[in-house]
Design a protein around this ligand. Structure first.
Ligand code: MF3
Ligand code: CO
Length: 262
């Protein structure tokens, strides 16, 4: 377990990679509509990768076959884009996307509605997104890794949902997955201290039912055991002396300290 702390110049490059990720996620989210296949989302993402002259972080990773993960309803994470998975009105879909630019990795995910959805599922989405924001608010030097997991877990369970334990967030840099692991469950005041220069991807996966997941025969698709719906959000965040810099947030979005891109 060796954490690689990043210089300001490296964080600048991670920001550039994550800005591409944020832009492409904007495009993918805007493209989502009832009747389309998740394969089409993968095709759009491929075209965007080409346009931005970046490299997919997912394609070929442990033989993963796509450039994006598309996880519909009870799929927790790692849904493989398929021609025969058609998005229907009332579904929710998590879109997870990552690239390398100048050798540095960007990684982010969002869950969005397909057409009009039941308010019950919108609440699941909102709680998951807000749990990530609460985790981000913990990202100050001197706090501990466990403060992040505790923030997610308390908020999610307080809202009657459960936190997935089988998958966790991660350090990120020249590799997509670096130390440390970043669980979405923990006790406050436990774990390593956060230091300036640490860059992590925080990615809460929240189930409407029980926390248990199961991986299907394709060895990727992770579904809830009870087939309840699940939502997933992910941001890549640099811990700076001034606090969290959400590298995968569009610069126009509130909550960003507004450190300029080099
Ligand atoms: N955002 C996911 C992660 O952090 C994406 C990995 S999917 C894979 O693990 F296809 F690349 F494996
Ligand atoms: Co990730």
């Amino acid at each position: 377990m060796k954490i690689r702390y990043k210089s300001a110049a490296e964080i600048g490059k991670l920001r550039e990679a994550n800005l591409v990720v944020a832009e492409v996620l904007d495009v993918l989210c805007a493209a989502v509509e009832p009747g389309m296949s998740t394969w089409e989302l993968n095709q759009i993402a491929e075209a965007e990768i080409e346009r931005h002259k970046v490299k997919s972080a997912f394609l070929g990773y442990y033989d993963y076959p796509g450039v994006v993960c598309t996880s519909v309803n009870e799929v927790v994470v790692h849904g493989i884009p398929r021609k025969d998975v058609i998005l229907r009105d009332g579904d929710i879909v998590a879109i997870d996307f990552g690239v390398f630019k100048y050798g540095y990795c960007g990684d982010s995910a969002r869950t969005i509605p397909v057409g009009r959805i039941d308010p019950e599922w919108q609440r699941l989405i909102d709680v998951t997104r807000d749990s990530l924001e609460r985790a981000i608010a913990m990202c100050y030097p001197g706090n501990r890794l466990g403060d992040i997991g505790q923030a997610v877990q308390t908020y999610v369970e307080g809202n009657g949902y459960s936190v997935v334990r089988d998958f966790v967030g991660h350090g990120i840099g020249r590799a997509m997955h670096e130390d440390p692991p970043v669980p979405n469950y923990a006790r406050r005041g436990t774990g390593k201290r956060l230091k300036s220069g640490l860059v992590i991807a925080i990615e809460p996966m929240v189930n409407a039912g029980a926390p248990d997941v199961k991986v299907l025969e394709d060895n990727w698709t992770a579904v809830t055991k009870d087939r309840s719906r699940s939502a997933h959000f992910e941001h890549s965040i640099a811990i700076t002396d001034k606090g969290p810099w959400v590298l995968s947030r569009s610069s126009s979005e509130p909550g960003n300290p507004g450190v300029p891109v080099q």
